[in-house]
Design a protein around this ligand. Structure first.
Ligand SMILES: Cc1cc2nc3c(=O)[nH]c(=O)nc-3n(C[C@H](O)[C@H](O)[C@H](O)COP(=O)(O)O)c2cc1C
Length: 274
């Protein structure tokens, strides 16, 4: 890579690619997957400072960090400087390397509490929140938005001079975009994942959801995670349609196995990739 290791304050990242925070998506299992596939830093879903203060299980679990996913950034939201400082301390205690204050969320419930995007309309409070959360900062800039292809991050860095690039929606359906982008940054041709890689990633995602959230919750969450991972594969539409009827993790595994048996046979018969 032609740039020095990118830094956020004292933290040196392996590379400038960041998994953007996405509520409902960037939970621990998905962060682990994206780290394995090359993200230099992964961001959590947003965690409510209020929820933490009241020890609400969901907020505490959103903040759980394991060593394998680090470095990790935890995003907190709230409007009370004291509560936000406590949330930041809790994030650090739980293993966060970076604390990110949400200033952009426009969900009604968050706005009503004066947090998220509402903070942008209340600069005095916003400043108090930032000051309470941290002292002096060295500012790094992350570019973000519409990074979809392996060459997009490099183009954004060259165009804007940003230090980091965050990848959001595209990472959801193609988490290997991180390793492909690293290929481009290193001057290599981006490597397309093979069928076997795509299958392994889908099964890894299922297993990780199951072990983190448990069978019942994971059986629901897989409906939003697995189908998008089949994006771009031939005949993925019938797979997605059939996946709607899948009820358990075991059935989901079987449905993935069957889909890839079909794709392998199709590939062996010399059909062109879709
Ligand atoms: C489903 C979804 C949930 C998101 N949740 C958050 C969030 O909790 N906090 C935040 O700062 N940004 C959130 N974002 C914004 C993303 O972090 C990112 O900035 C945005 O999607 C643009 O990047 P992209 O074009 O690579 O997707 C969310 C975006 C999506 C699509």
């Amino acid at each position: 890579m032609k740039h020095a290791l990118p830094r956020i304050g004292a933290l040196a990242l392996e590379n400038p690619l960041i998994l953007a925070p996405m509520a409902g998506i960037t939970h621990q299992p998905f962060r682990l997957l994206c780290r394995r596939l090359g993200a230099g830093l992964v961001c959590s879903e947003m965690v409510s400072a209020n929820g933490l203060a009241h020890a609400i299980g969901r907020s505490t679990r959103l903040m759980a960090v394991v060593p394998a996913e680090r470095p990790v950034s935890i995003q907190i939201f709230g409007s009370d400087p004291k509560g936000m400082a406590m949330a930041a301390a809790a994030a650090q205690a739980s293993g966060a390397d970076v604390v990110d204050i949400n200033f952009g969320c426009s969900v009604k419930k968050v706005l009503k509490g004066g947090a998220g995007a509402a903070l942008m309309g209340d600069p005095v409070r916003a400043e108090a929140v930032i000051r309470a959360v941290r002292g002096a900062v060295s500012i790094s800039v992350a570019g973000n938005g519409d990074v979809i292809l392996p060459g997009d991050a490099l183009a954004m860095m060259e165009r804007t001079g940003c230090d980091f690039v965050m990848i959001g929606r595209a990472a959801r359906r193609a988490p290997w975009l991180f390793s492909q982008t690293l290929d481009v940054l290193a001057g290599r041709e981006p490597v397309e994942p093979l069928l076997a890689d795509r299958k392994a990633i889908m099964l890894e995602c299922l297993d990780a959801l199951g072990s983190f959230f448990g069978e019942a919750a994971a059986s629901l969450m897989m409906k939003s995670h697995l189908p998008v991972l089949s994006w771009g594969l031939p005949e993925s539409r019938p797979f997605r349609e059939a996946f709607v009827r899948v009820r358990s993790l075991e059935e989901a595994r079987e449905s993935v196995e069957e889909f890839f048996r079909f794709l392998k046979a199709r590939e062996a018969s010399g059909e062109p990739p879709a």
